[in-house]
Write a protein that binds this ligand. Sequence first.
Ligand code: ZN
Length: 411
Amino acid sequence: MENLRINGDRLWESLMEMAKIGATPKGGVCRLALTDLDKQGRDLFVRWCEEAGCEVTVDQVGNIFARRPGRDPALPAIMTGSHLDTQPTGGKFDGIFGVLAGLEVVRTLNDYGHQTDAPVEIVVWTNEEGSRFSPAMMGSGAYAGVFTLDEVRAKADVEGKRFGDELRRIGYEGPAPVGGRAASAYFEAHIEQGPILEAEKKTIGVVTGAQGQRWYEITVTGQEAHAGPTPMARRKDALVGAARMIDAVNKIGHKHQPNACATVGHVQVSPNSRNTIPGKVFFTVDFRHPDDAKLTAMHEDLHAACREIARASGVEVEVKDFWYFPPTPFDPKLVAAVREGAERHGYSHRDIISGAGHDAVYMAKVAPTAMIFVPCEDGISHNEIENAKAEDLAAGCNVLLHAILAHAHRS
Ligand SMILES: [Zn+2]
């Protein structure tokens, strides 16, 4: 394989150009899905792709596919991309890097006059962030058959504006059916959104998969009573029971290291009065692990701990299994191509698990998929101060180029 290299300056300039659309005073970006600004971002991307000789197709949920033809139109495409929408106080790189890295790969292939056998397609997925229209990863989810077209169209924002109407309003309700494009690989480059690569001074995260998740809603019921006349021994304090359970959740997280995450992020106490013993507590639990067997063990530990603590604390507990998303291992061959790309270019790298959801997680349902992570400053994202180094972004893009070329030719 030829040793092609992307143009890091051009990639950076494109990122900065795109970041002007919806730029915030603090240096971030606010470009919510299906707003006028989203349209402007999409228009710029489409113009760039057409200038690069790509054929642009838009599907019925507004996903954009920019195709650089291959020598053999019958071959399935190599797809790469991410999203252009941001959080209300978002940054310049989350999602946008993956899209513009794809564009930079195409521009590089053009520079070298390099013809691939298979077509290369850059994808922009609609509404990845889920900030204006919930849930997140809607475009890729619809593409993978997780949501129906009608379901997506009917979603409304807080003002009651419907997804379908807003998509039509900005001119991105395309004619193409949702899903089913022939693809033999999907690669997504993304900033890590966590602190590991930076802390370990690694340039490339070889993403081996995404964590599985289990969410719970727990209600602890005791008995409300006066905080003065009720002796300690006679109390059924729902908050004391819940506090012990929350401590157990944290211990379960530590017990299943490495890679387990266990969080209680929301608690409601009733009646929440300083001189009444709490009669009811509601709290949520978020468990994550890349290994399904470990996630199941955490699940069993939680149920056992809650039962035991409730008995010992004289309260009742109801543990509701709220949501389950199984771990998504990425395609071993594609993951190997990412690792090999890092090695070939002499970039330091480590295997890593994605802690956040990405379009790649839904794409993995319908095509062999892998991801490439690059470090971001202090691991911070979903924040206007989100930042990444030009050289790391260029490195991630070179790895993407390598991985695409490794799959775009008949062997
Ligand atoms: Zn993202």
